[in-house]
Structures are given as structure tokens and as C-alpha cells.
Design a binder for this molecule. Structure first.
Ligand SMILES: Nc1nc2c(ncn2[C@@H]2O[C@H](COP(=O)(O)OP(=O)(O)O)[C@@H](O)[C@H]2O)c(=O)[nH]1
Ligand SMILES: [Mg+2]
Length: 236
């Protein structure tokens, strides 16, 4: 039989098994204990996931500038190395603690437990976790958060939700970041939104630019609303 050797011939995909399921069970156990403790302490927890460079720290700096006089905000920020992001957040007056994972591509619940021990959580309204930058591993690790927020930058291309569905499937909000660059890029907000909603029809979509400030008030308002809702649940 003749074999089609042209570059375009479909060759099939090597589909790999996920062999980390037992590790994830242990992580989920710790995550549940964080969720319980933070509910008792009346603290909202948000886990921010995205690829490296999509604008998480810059958005958190802008969020901090807007909300620090209204809300008591703490941030745990994960990176493989350096304390640079925590420094950037402290520069705008936010109490931030760096978690250096030493090579691990995601934060795990046990790292959050250690991070919480290093923060003074008394009176805190919201603990925001900036995860290590990549679209794959962080999606699998529950950190005990109330809400997961994924960022997708206009510079990354609008094909990412279908390529990395778990991140969008497990998120509550999708922030389209660097919206100021839209006039210069072949990025369709409509296409990325449709693809993401097909994966998770409950996703809330917010478009922001941390550079010119567009959408940052709407994003900040979402955080304030969720802090208020969490306190209401406890009162009621
Ligand atoms: N044009 C533009 N650049 C941005 C925006 N937000 C962040 N950046 C730039 O993107 C780069 C990565 O941002 P950073 O916040 O460090 O991303 P992180 O790795 O996700 O925390 C930096 O050079 C930022 O100045 C934005 O809204 N518009
Ligand atoms: Mg960062």
C-alpha cells in the first residue's frame, strides 16, 4: 500500500496517560484544610493562573493601588526563582510574600500552608495567590481557593483555550490582558471568548489593560463583590 509521506499527511497524536493522580489526591486533602481554615478566618482566596509574562504581577500592582485603602490584601507569589515579583508588589504597598518553588512548575497546597505561616493574616479580607507562570501544571493543583482566575494576554494568540482547556475549565474568570495592544495584533476577543465559553460556559470574561487602566476598575469591583459575598455567607 502506498504511504503518503507528504508533510501534511495526518500521522495521529501520541496520547499520554496522567500518572500523577495519587499526588493530586494528597494535594486536595491539604487544599480542603486551607479552604476550611480560610472560611473560619473569613478570608477570600483567589488563585491566579496563566503563562509567564501574561501580566499577572502588573495587574496585581494596579489592583493593589486601587484597593489597598479599602481592603486588607495579602499576596503569595510563586516563581521558580527570585523575589522580584514580591518586591514589585511591596513597592506599591501590598504585603506580599514570595514562594520560590526551586524548579517546580506550579504551586502546591502545602506551599500555600507554609506561605500562610509567613503572613500576618489577622484582619485580612483577601489572599491572592499568583501562581507560577504556565498554562499546564497549575491547572491541576487545588490551592484551597474560592475562585480561580486565568489570564490570557493578547500577545499569546487567541488559540490557547482549546490547546490548554483544563486551565479554562477549572477557572471562574478569564481575564483578557494587554487589551491596549489589540489594535496591533491578530487576536480576536470574540474567538477566544467563544472557545473558552465552549469549554466552560460559566466563565466570566473581563478585558483589561494594566497599561492604560481600561477594565481594571471592573476587575477590582469583582474582587470587592466577592469579598462582600464571602462575608455575607458567614453572617447569614
Ligand atoms: N502593553 C502591555 N504590557 C503589559 C500589560 N501588563 C503587563 N505588561 C507587560 O508584560 C510584561 C510581563 O508582565 P508581568 O506582570 O511581569 O507578567 P507575569 O509574568 O504574568 O506576572 C511586562 O513587561 C509588563 O510591563 C498591559 O496591560 N499592556
Ligand atoms: Mg509575575
Amino acid at each position: 500500500m502506498a504511504v503518503d509521506k507528504s508533510a501534511k499527511a495526518a500521522r495521529g497524536t501520541v496520547q499520554c496517560e496522567n500518572t500523577t493522580l495519587h499526588l493530586l489526591k494528597a494535594n486536595d486533602f491539604v487544599a480542603d484544610s486551607i479552604r476550611k481554615e480560610m472560611s473560619e478566618k473569613n478570608i477570600l482566596v483567589i488563585n491566579m493562573v496563566s503563562s509567564a509574562g501574561s501580566g499577572k504581577t502588573t495587574l496585581l500592582q494596579e489592583t493593589g493601588r486601587r484597593l489597598k485603602d479599602e481592603l486588607n490584601i495579602k499576596i503569595l507569589v510563586g516563581d521558580v526563582e527570585t523575589e522580584r515579583d514580591a518586591d514589585r508588589l511591596r513597592d506599591v504597598g501590598i504585603d506580599a510574600l514570595q514562594i520560590a518553588t526551586g524548579g517546580i512548575c506550579h504551586l502546591e497546597a502545602q506551599m500555600i500552608v507554609q506561605g500562610m505561616e509567613g503572613l500576618d493574616l489577622e484582619g485580612t479580607d483577601v489572599l491572592i495567590i499568583e501562581n507560577v507562570g504556565n498554562m499546564v501544571c497549575p491547572a491541576s493543583y487545588d490551592l484551597g481557593e474560592d475562585y480561580r482566575v486565568s489570564l490570557i494576554a493578547t500577545t499569546e494568540g487567541d488559540d490557547k483555550p482549546k490547546k490548554y482547556p483544563k486551565m479554562f475549565l477549572t477557572s471562574d474568570v478569564m481575564v483578557i490582558s494587554k487589551a491596549d495592544l489589540l489594535p496591533h495584533l491578530p487576536f480576536s476577543v470574540e474567538a477566544v471568548t467563544n472557545d473558552a465559553l465552549e469549554i466552560n460556559h460559566q466563565l466570566k470574561v473581563i478585558e483589561v489593560s494594566s497599561l492604560n487602566g481600561d477594565g481594571v476598575d471592573a476587575w477590582s469591583q469583582w474582587i470587592k463583590d466577592k469579598v462582600a459575598e464571602k462575608k455575607e455567607v458567614l453572617v447569614g
